[in-house]
Ligand binder design. Structure first.
Ligand SMILES: Nc1ncnc2c1ncn2[C@@H]1O[C@H](COP(=O)(O)OP(=O)(O)OP(=O)(O)O)[C@@H](O)[C@H]1O
Ligand SMILES: [Mg+2]
Length: 260
């Protein structure tokens, strides 16, 4: 049984892409077959895994177009293999123009789901990195997913912005994807020493803890995480003894440890 996890937050720079890459590779390190999908026209996940977004000739935008045009030979087309054992569907800016074209398409929210149905039996996990918006591509991702993992930074405004995201997830669940659940809220870039971070964590627990799981595992702020995203390697390869590697390893265990 495969599980499809969207990594989403319309707030920018909260650690979505870093989490997609390292959770994906963390799950692969536990013996799972993992497909990563870059759902962001910025191509950050593609770049973080060491591929040049602009050099990719077949991307997620082509997959959308092929599904719309009822091409039936798209399975495995455009899947790139990464040295650390995960597969990737890349993205680049073409996804932005594609997103605009979706407005006039019938069934526009469910295009990605049609594609994922064709590949999901090949994987234990499909992890989809979302762009920082709740536009039509993100709605497609939420319509395809089993769960949503929400990375959050411990500062005031991002925590407040969660309400809008949780509402959108609820709307998608009601109207498009009844099985959709929230996997949990993941605190990223945490500086445990500050009182401010503690206050925000309390606020998170009081505001959302009853509705949504907040992961035990938190991701510490560390320059190692930033550095690793420029090398094309996961944190496990870049510095496996770092606190961030330990944290993403624990997150992979928390989510997928029972699968192996
Ligand atoms: N644990 C961490 N410690 C320090 N820096 C981090 C950590 N995680 C991510 N970063 C850095 O913070 C920046 C934003 O992270 P990332 O790109 O993962 O966020 P994002 O939510 O995907 O952003 P966007 O909304 O633009 O897609 C990047 O430069 C990344 O390298
Ligand atoms: Mg990103």
């Amino acid at each position: 049984m495969s599980k499809i996890i969207a990594i989403a937050n319309q707030k920018g720079g909260v650690g979505k892409t870093t989490t997609a890459a390292n959770l994906g590779i963390g799950l692969a390190n536990l013996g799972n077959k993992v497909l990563l999908i870059d759902g962001d026209p910025q191509g950050s996940l593609t770049a973080a895994l060491g591929f040049d977004p602009d050099a990719q000739s077949y991307t997620l935008a082509n997959i959308f177009a092929d599904v719309i045009n009822e091409q039936n030979d798209i399975k495995n087309k455009g899947i790139i293999h990464h040295a650390e054992g995960v597969d990737l569907i890349p993205s680049n800016l073409k996804l932005s123009s594609l997103e605009l074209q979706l407005v006039s398409i019938m069934g526009r929210e469910l295009i990605l789901r049609q594609y994922i149905e064709t590949v999901k039996s090949d994987y234990d996990y499909i992890i989809i990195d979302c762009q920082p918006s709740l536009g039509m591509v993100t709605v497609n991702v939420l319509s395809s997913a089993d769960t949503v993992l929400i990375p959050v930074q411990t500062s005031y405004l991002p925590v407040i912005g969660l309400q809008e995201l949780i509402k959108t997830i609820g709307n998608v669940k009601r109207q498009l994807n009844p099985k959709l659940e929230i996997e949990g809220i993941l605190i990223t870039m945490l500086n445990k020493r500050t009182n401010y971070a503690k206050e925000i964590m309390e606020l998170l627990k009081n505001s959302y803890g009853a509705q949504v799981k907040i992961f035990e595992t938190t991701i510490p702020r560390s320059v190692k995480a930033e550095e690793s995203s420029t090398t094309g390697e996961s944190i496990f390869k870049y510095d496996k003894r770092s606190k961030v590697a330990e944290a993403y390893g624990a997150l992979a265990q928390e989510i997928g440890g029972t699968n192996v």
